[in-house]
Every structure is written in C-alpha cells, then in structure tokens.
Ligand binder design. Structure first.
Ligand code: FPP
Length: 230
C-alpha cells in the first residue's frame, strides 16, 4: 500500500459511517431504525462506487469496540447484515462487485458467518469494485497480528508488515471519509491512512448520498499530495 501515485483520481476510498444513532434520535426513532437507514445509504453508495469506477470501497461496519453496545443493538446490526447479503448480493455480484472482509468475522454467529462465506465465494472471481467490509475490525489488532506474522516469516520491515495486513493486495488508501462531525479515526485503518487524504463531514451517515461521494472525489482530485516531499 505504499506505492506513490501522481494520478488524480481516487482508487480506494474508506468510510467511517457514523451518526446512525443521532439520525434516529433527532427523529425520536429507535436506534435500530437509524442503522436500517444506514444500510440504505450503504446500498446506494456501493452502487455509485461501481459507477464512479472506484477500485475499492472500504466500509467500517462493526468495530471490535462495538461488542460493548447493548445486545439488542448488536443483534439488530447482525440482522441488517444478513438482510443486506440476502437482498443485495445478487445485484452486486452481477455488477462485478468482489466482497472482501477485514477483521475477524468468524466471531459472529454461525448463520452470519455462513452467509458471509457464501458471499465471499460467490464474488471471489469478480473484477469490478472490491467492497471491503470491516467486521469485528480493529486497526491496532490488525497491525499487531501483521507484525507478528512478519516476524515469524523473517525480517520486520514496512513492506513485510504491509504484506500481512488484512488489506494486503488492495490499492493504497487515497481518501478516508468520516461522517457525523466526529474528527477521529477510532482504530480504523491507522496504518493505511499514513498518506490518505481525510474528509470529515457533518452529514449523518443515513443522509449520505452518492452526490456526497462524488463531491468528495472531485475534492480529492483537486488536492495536491506530496507524500512528505515538496
Ligand atoms: C455508527 O453510528 C454506525 C455503526 C456503529 C454501524 C454502521 C453499520 C451500518 C451502517 C450497517 C452496515 C451494514 C452493511 C450491510 C455494511 P452510531 O450508532 O455510532 O451513531 P451515533 O454516533 O450517532 O450514535
């Protein structure tokens, strides 16, 4: 992921989809409904990412810290993920989307794991946009595992660690977007964000549209990236 590019267009965008709870609270609705509307935003953005020619779109869907949420909220999120795979996999698979998971999704319940593995298998040879979903993902844990694997194989270098990250093989991260006005990374893609551009939007995730993504890509194309040089 260290390759330095001069070209203008973003290849890999990652999004911290924040603000579902606040979106619901503002409307006096249950949090689960905020997540449901969040999935609708996911659906539209994944479609748009394909149309916009993105090579990879990485979405932070469930962090290692999210296990601390109330059980009914976790189960609502799991239900939404299952529903997403059941309802949308056909469309995305046919559009050439390849699914990739980062993080340890095997900690989820067996029915969710089974659906995820079916979706991974079904889309493995697709060559369109790679939809990377971070599930039970934490960046510090990812880096620690990668460093341990690199050490077990030989020299510990930037390159050898990078080759062991969950994101190995993906294009370098160009742009990281966080919605909802929070300005922090929350243990997401810490290594990969080394040279990424950052965009923090006040928009709550359920209100995020393909137009926001297009504007972010347009903005990215105008930024001058120097990678520490001048
Ligand atoms: C942050 O909002 C959002 C999450 C913790 C979950 C994001 C997950 C989805 C949008 C569903 C993902 C599903 C698929 C199919 C990829 P928050 O609850 O922290 O909001 P708040 O900060 O306003 O309370």
């Amino acid at each position: 992921m260290t390759s330095k590019r001069a070209s203008q267009g973003a290849r890999h965008v990652a999004i911290i989809m924040d603000g579902n709870g606040r979106w619901a609270r503002k409307r006096h609705l249950p949090r689960a409904l905020g997540h449901k509307r969040g999935v609708e935003a996911v659906r539209k953005v994944v479609r748009a990412a394909g149309d916009m020619g993105l090579e990879a779109l990485t979405l932070y869907a469930f962090s290692t810290e999210n296990w601390r949420r109330p059980e009914d909220e976790i189960s609502a999120l799991m239900g939404l993920m299952k529903a997403f795979i059941l309802a949308d996999l056909d469309e995305f698979a046919e559009a050439g989307v390849r699914l990739k998971i980062i993080g340890d999704y095997r900690k989820f319940s067996p029915d969710v794991v089974e659906l995820i593995e079916g979706a991974l298998k079904r889309t493995a040879t697709n060559t369109g946009t790679t939809l990377v979903v971070a599930l039970n993902y934490g960046s510090q844990d990812e880096i620690a595992r990668a460093a341990a694997n690199a050490a077990a194989k030989g020299a510990v270098t930037v390159e050898s660690i990078e080759a062991e990250l969950d994101t190995a093989g993906l294009p370098p991260l160009d742009l990281l977007i966080r919605t909802s006005g929070e300005v922090r990374l929350s243990n997401f893609l810490l290594w990969q964000a080394a040279y990424a551009e950052m965009l923090f939007l006040d928009t709550l995730w359920p209100d995020f549209t393909p137009e926001h993504l297009q504007a972010a890509l347009d903005d990215f194309a105008k930024r001058e990236r120097r990678y520490g040089g001048r």
